[in-house]
Design a protein around this ligand. Sequence first.
Ligand SMILES: C[S@@+](CC[C@H](N)C(=O)[O-])C[C@H]1O[C@@H](n2cnc3c(N)ncnc32)[C@H](O)[C@@H]1O
Length: 309
Amino acid sequence: MSYQKSDLGAVLENPRVSGLSIKQAIGDKSTPTPSDQDFVDTPDYAEFKKQMFKKSGINLNLYKQPQMHRRLLGMVERANKKNFIEYFQMVDTDEKEYAAFLDRMTINVSELFRNPEKWVEMREKILKPMLEKKSSLKIWSAGCSYGAEPYTLAILLEQLSPGRKHTLHASDLDQKILAKAKEGKFSDADVKNIDAATLAKNFIKLEPSAGSFPAGFGAVHQVKPEIRAKVSFRAHNLLADAFESDYDLICCRNVVIYFTDDAKDILYGRFCKALNPGGVLFVGGTERIFDARAKGFESLIPFFYERIS
Ligand SMILES: C[S@@+](CC[C@H](N)C(=O)[O-])C[C@H]1O[C@@H](n2cnc3c(N)ncnc32)[C@H](O)[C@@H]1O
C-alpha cells in the first residue's frame, strides 16, 4: 500500500481548537454530537492536542472528547505531572512514555473470529458469492490491532479457496501493536471461538515460555507461517492517511466507536470510495451506519454494507 498524508489530514487539522467542528471545516452545517458539545477543553489539554498532532499526525479532536480526555488525564496523574503541557514534554522526549501514551489512547481488545455468528455470515453470504465471481480478492482489515481479524480472514479464505492468492492488507495506528500482530501469537482466550480442527490446522501450540505473555497466561497459539505470509501489515492512520482503492471487502470493526460522529461520517464516505462497486464494508456489533444510502451503501444484512454508488 502506498500511504501519503491526504488532503483530509490538512482539512481536519485541529478544527475544534480553531473553534470549528469538523463538519463546519468541510462545509457541513449540521450540529456536532451532544457529548462533544458538552465537553470544554482546558487550555493545557487543547495545547497538548495541538502539539501531539504536530508530533504524530494523530488528531485527538476526532476521538470522542470526554472519554479520551478522561483516559489521558489518568496518564497525566500517573506520571505525577501538573498538567497536560508537562505531560507532553515528557512524552515528547521519552520513547517509552510515548509508547505508553499510544497504548492508552488506542484500545487494542480483539480476538479471533470475534462475534463468531458474524463470521459464519461472512463466510456463507459474503466471501462464498464473491469467490464465485472473482478468483482473487483485495481485502483490508482497518484497525487490526494485534492481528486477530486479518488472520481470521486469512484462515477463512484458505478454507474457501485453498492455495489461491488474495491481497490481504491489515493496518493500525499503533506500531507497537503491529509488531505483535506480525508475530501472530494468541492466548487461549483469543482462540476460544475456534474449533479444534481449525486450530490444529492453522496454529502451532508453543510452550508458554515461548510467548511474550506473563507466566500463568496459558498456552500460546502461533499462526502457522504460511497463513501469516498471506497478510501484509502497515502503519496507517484512518483519520489522516490516504486510502488505496479497488477493495472487495473492508473490515473496520470496533474502531470507529471511539471517533466523533463527524469523523465517522467522513470515514464511511472514504471507505465507500475505497471499495469497488458491489464491495462490502463489515463493521462492529455496535456500529450500525445510519443513513447508509446517503453515504453510498445499502445494508445487506446487519453490519454488512454494500457499495451501491
Ligand atoms: C478495539 S481494536 C479493534 C480490533 C479489531 N478490529 C476487532 O474488532 O477485534 C481498535 C483498534 O483501532 C486502532 N485505531 C484507533 N484509532 C485509529 C486510527 N485513527 N487509525 C487506525 N487505527 C486506529 C487501535 O490502535 C486499535 O488497535
